[in-house]
Each structure stands twice: as structure tokens, then as C-alpha cells.
Design a protein around this ligand. Structure first.
Ligand code: SF4
Length: 342
């Protein structure tokens, strides 16, 4: 598919629109307390009815509009995206009908053993796996008692067997919950092509009862790891890369840190997010999204593109940089992470 010259749009802070995260479903087969606590989202919680989810046609048109505005990287998220029926078909269509250069997916891995091969065959480039602990009991606790560590590790093996090599593994670190297992995870994945990325526990949404005391600053983790295996900082792959990268001096691989709390990176944030029901969010911590379905209902691609461009040009989000100056209790509710993907 040929690419027309993409128009570059920048927001009020001069940040170009480069990355899109698309949530294809809001449900999940886990109940991670920091994202979808069981107490708020019991088994029969009323998630979006299937009829209100964006169709694959909608998604293709949205992605074509975003790519015409400079987006080259697309991440498929959820909830848990592997729960969306016929997902490999969507991946195949994105490959054939859009010019996205980097097509990635974030999953909790529970269904990965079944989908790794079909996703690879459909043209998916990369997988990011969320895996917070290698201790079965802590893993159970951090997935709301829903997940099987063994099944997730089998999914990882299946992804490697399917041809996904350097898999990014996101570890959300919470003090007193899983931080004591960080060195075990590093030891397990050193000398493999996989890249562990330690994420500082964030105040996403309004239901995870976030406390600053439970945040383990990246610096502290870095010192813990470097005391055992010396590390050296390495250049980011591109402007706006989320993780700060480090390599082991002994050549045993790479790790990263996502520092939204201790070292915010809003200045280079080029990410837009689309919720499962078609709202555009310009920040992970946004309260309001803009419903794009009125433009999707028309067939005028230029109008959809114009609407997105204007919304991005009005953007001034930098929540993480302002966090400490914001009132403890914000008026209004932040969007929940499971509705727009991390
Ligand atoms: S807080 Fe918002 S603006 Fe800042 S890096 Fe995160 S998503 Fe981007």
C-alpha cells in the first residue's frame, strides 16, 4: 500500500503525533488490583456490549486517518486484546490496508500459546508481555487470582517458537508486593533476548487506591540491580521512547525503566490513545476523551483526519510533570487504564 506524504501535526508543546494505542476490547481475564480490581469489576461487571465496540472497519479507517497525520507505530491493547474475537484477522487487515511500520501488541499472555502463531502469520511485528512476578503466589495475587504463571510462561515460549524474538516484558513494581522478586526476574531473563522493563506504580484511573509510598523509584531498583550486575545507560532508539534503557556490562542483555513518577517524560510524549468505543484520549491520565464515532459514521476521510488533527493541535497534556502540584482529589474521574490500554 503506497503512503501519501503524511502531514505532520504537532501539539501545543511541539510534540508530533507518532504513536497510536488502540484498545480493541475493554474486558480482561485477569483482575490486576492496580488496573481492574475485583472489588470494582466482579465477574459479571457490565463492560461495553459488543455492539458498542469499534468494528474492524472503523479501526482500519481510524488507523488510516492517523497514519496520514504521521503515525507510524500502532500498539494493539485492551483490556486483554487476545479476548477480541478474530484478532488475527484485524492484524492481517492492518498489514494489508495501512502503512503502519511498527505493529505491536500488549498482552497478559494467558492466551498467547493459542494465538502466537496466527498473529505472527498475520503480520504482527512485536509482542509486549505484562508479567509482574515469577513467584506463583505473588503472580496470583497480582492478577486477582485469575492467572496461571505456568500458562503465561508457556505463552512466552510459544511466541518465541512463532518467531517473536526480543519480547519486551513489562513488570509493574509495587513496594511490599513484588519488588522483592525483581532480582529473581533479572536473573531469569539475563542471557536471553527478552527485555525486562520495570514500570513505576502509577496513579492511573481512580480505582486502584494508589499510594505514593508503594512506588519504588527506578533509581532504587537500578541501584539494587547494578550492585549485583553492573549496568551502563544506552541511547534511546528514538525520541519519545518510553523506557530508559540500560545494558549489562557483561553483555547479558538489556533492561529498561518506565519512570512516570520519579522522572516524567511528558516533554517527548507522542502517544494518542483510542478507547474500545472510539474516543480519542491524548493522555493516559486524561479525564475527557473525544468521541470520534460521529466522523466515523460519515464516509468523509478528510473530515475525520481534520478532526483528529485539530484535537492533537489543541493538546497540552503533561499530567505526570504536574502530578505533584495537582490537588490530591481531582474534580472528575480519570479514564481507567483498562479502557485505553497502558
Ligand atoms: S502523563 Fe500523559 S502526557 Fe505525560 S507521558 Fe504520560 S501520557 Fe504522555
Amino acid at each position: 500500500m503506497t503512503v501519501e506524504t503524511a502531514q505532520t501535526v504537532t501539539d501545543r508543546l511541539g510534540r508530533p503525533l507518532r504513536d497510536l494505542r488502540l484498545s480493541v476490547i475493554d474486558t480482561c481475564n485477569f483482575r490486576c488490583p492496580y488496573c481492574m480490581p475485583e472489588s470494582e469489576y466482579p465477574e459479571h461487571h457490565d463492560f461495553l456490549p459488543a455492539s458498542e465496540r469499534l468494528s474492524f472497519d472503523d479501526m482500519i479507517r481510524l488507523v488510516q486517518a492517523f497514519e496520514s497525520l504521521g503515525v507510524r507505530k500502532l500498539r494493539i491493547t485492551g483490556g486483554e486484546p487476545l479476548l477480541r474475537k478474530h484478532l488475527p484477522e484485524l492484524i492481517g487487515r492492518l498489514r494489508r490496508e495501512t502503512a503502519i511500520e511498527d505493529l505491536a501488541l500488549t498482552t497478559n499472555g494467558l492466551l498467547l500459546k493459542r494465538f502466537a502463531q496466527p498473529l505472527k502469520a498475520a503480520g504482527l511485528d512485536r509482542i509486549t508481555l505484562s508479567l509482574d512476578s515469577l513467584d506463583p503466589a505473588i503472580f496470583q495475587r497480582m492478577t486477582g487470582g485469575r492467572g496461571s504463571l505456568e500458562q503465561v510462561l508457556e505463552g512466552l515460549d510459544a511466541a518465541v517458537a512463532a518467531g517473536f524474538d526480543a519480547i519486551k516484558i513489562n513488570v509493574m513494581v509495587q513496594r511490599g508486593v513484588n519488588d522483592a522478586g525483581v532480582l529473581q526476574m533479572v536473573e531469569h531473563f539475563r542471557h536471553t533476548p527478552h527485555v525486562l522493563r520495570f514500570i513505576e506504580y502509577m496513579d492511573v484511573g481512580t480505582e486502584n487506591h494508589w499510594q505514593a509510598a508503594q512506588v519504588v523509584p527506578a533509581r532504587e531498583l537500578l541501584d539494587r540491580i547494578a550492585a549485583r550486575w553492573p549496568l551502563q545507560a544506552v541511547e534511546e532508539h528514538y525520541r519519545g521512547e518510553v523506557a530508559k534503557r540500560y545494558q549489562f556490562e557483561d553483555g547479558a542483555g538489556e533492561i529498561g525503566f518506565i519512570t512516570s513518577i520519579s522522572a516524567p517524560f511528558c516533554g517527548d510524549c507522542t502517544r494518542a490513545r483510542i478507547s474500545t468505543d472510539g474516543r480519542l484520549f491524548t493522555c493516559l491520565f486524561a479525564q475527557q476523551g473525544k468521541d470520534l464515532r460521529p466522523w466515523l459514521r460519515q464516509t468523509d476521510a478528510a473530515a475525520l483526519r481534520q478532526a483528529i488533527a485539530q484535537l492533537w493541535q489543541q493538546r497540552g497534556d503533561r499530567y505526570s510533570e504536574l502530578r505533584e502540584r495537582l490537588p490530591e482529589r481531582l474534580p472528575g474521574k480519570k479514564i481507567e487504564m483498562y479502557q485505553i490500554g497502558g
